[in-house]
Design a protein around this ligand. Structure first.
Ligand code: ADP
Ligand code: MG
Length: 407
């Protein structure tokens, strides 16, 4: 059987680009080469697309040299169904014409991006237009999952999903009336609070505030990263519990639950990715797996995770994070990561699934979703175009007395 041409798209203009590079190289090292040809596609800090075998080597990113032998700058042809990665070639000799070469044709895309311009629905939208199968949640699910303010409104709207109280602000609200912002937080939430840029991850720009002064610092920090900021009621050293979900539509499974360990007041970037020296991305984090929790709590978290997965119409692999408040014994949803660090492979390994099998399952979900999408009926036609009158000054004149359809 012909191998699937598997594009692995990673990097992008995002604060979490480096984490994505680690996740992607890790993934490419585990792809079953009997089934797939891996085509690395790196989107740089500047938003330029590259392909070529050297992109599979982690050493080539410190720093990345776009002129490296074997690396081509490319563009994806987004004509529906094309999948072509096209490189521009300069003309040979003094009068040679530049030409274009199709260097690969993607048949399925694994998206390994964290944060904006990749995890947030933008790339997903582009791949929908290109009519290519891809492995992450769709446009709406990705966008809602990325934006912490919208995500919480969405969860709350479901009525059954436990969320901590919060309020949110824009930079212009903060600039216009600081006191009003601070008063609102104190009146509605009290201290401590967690302040988070709406569209980030990896704990970048997240901080805890315990008083008014701290709150000002936290808001200033968060507004450095984003125009919109979420302020959430803080729990004191909650137990964090994370659960991955894998599949698509009617075939959805929850993973064992991990308990990340934090030596700080909360899990920061360093603890997530730099614990124990050399980074293995999210796989580096100190954790207890499976988490030492009651079966009933495990079942509840797995049930909630599958419900959220379906509600956001996810596909492939996600990770949903929770906080358990020891004092009240209540569990709250922290967030969904629609493209989790290290693709949460370590959680699936704990369930007995090899990374290569996880990739198979992600690809299978992408292919099924793609088939479903193409089953949609786009073929509705009518006679509307034959009897148009276009309105507006010119159209109205031309349409005098016409019985054509008015738009
Ligand atoms: N309301 C909260 N109470 C206590 N700790 C929190 C709260 N919100 C976030 N944290 C801590 O901050 C970390 C990062 O917050 P999170 O919302 O997951 O942002 P990110 O998307 O950057 O991972 C969490 O893993 C947790 O340790
Ligand atoms: Mg998080």
């Amino acid at each position: 059987m012909a191998k699937i041409q598997l594009g692995v798209l990673f990097g992008s203009r995002s604060c979490e680009r480096e984490v994505a590079i680690i996740s992607a190289v890790q993934l490419m090292n585990h792809v079953d080469t009997e089934k797939y040809d891996v085509i690395p596609v790196y989107i740089s800090e500047q938003g330029i697309w590259y392909t070529g075998a050297p992109l599979r080597d982690i050493k080539n990113y410190t720093p990345f040299n776009p002129d490296m032998k074997g690396v081509d700058q490319v563009a994806l042809d987004i004509t529906a169904g094309s999948g072509a990665l096209i490189a521009n070639r300069p003309g040979k000799g003094l009068f040679g014409k530049p030409s274009q070469e199709v260097v690969a044709r993607l048949e399925c895309c694994v998206i390994v991006m964290h944060g904006l311009n990749g995890e947030d629905g933008t790339l997903q939208g582009m791949l929908e237009l290109a009519n290519l199968p891809y492995t992450s949640a769709g446009v709406a699910g990705s966008a809602i999952g990325m934006d912490k303010i919208m995500m919480k409104q969405f969860f709350r709207g479901a009525g059954t999903l436990p969320c901590l109280p919060d309020c949110w602000f824009t930079r212009s609200m903060f600039q216009a009336d600081r006191e009003a912002v601070l008063d609102k937080v104190e009146k509605e939430l009290g201290y401590p609070v967690f302040v988070k840029p709406a569209n980030l991850g990896s704990s970048i720009g997240v901080s805890r505030a315990d008083d008014r002064e701290g709150l000002i610092d936290s808001l200033e920090l968060a507004f450095d990263y984003d125009r919109r900021v979420l302020v959430e009621k803080g729990l004191d050293k909650p137990i964090e519990l994370n659960c991955s979900v894998l599949g698509y539509d009617d075939d959805v499974t929850a993973s064992p639950i991990e308990m990340p360990i934090s030596g700080e007041q909360f899990l920061d970037f360093k603890e997530k990715y730099l614990a124990g020296g050399g980074s293995k991305g999210m796989a580096s984090l100190q954790r207890v797996l499976p988490a030492p929790i009651e079966d009933s709590l495990r079942d509840e978290i797995q049930r909630l995770s599958c419900e959220i997965f379906r509600m956001l119409d996810c596909k492939g692999v996600v990770r949903i994070d929770y906080m358990f408040d020891k004092t009240t014994e209540k569990v709250y949803i922290t967030e969904i990561n629609t493209i989790p660090g290290s693709l949460a492979f370590y959680l699936w390994e704990n369930a007995g699934m090899k990374y290569s099998q996880l990739i198979d399952k992600m690809v299978e979900s992408a292919m099924r979703a793609h088939e479903d999408r193409n089953l949609r009926n786009y073929a509705f036609t009518s006679d509307i175009l034959k009897s148009v009158s276009l309105g507006g000054a010119k159209g109205a004149k031309g349409a005098k007395g016409s019985k054509g359809a008015k738009l």
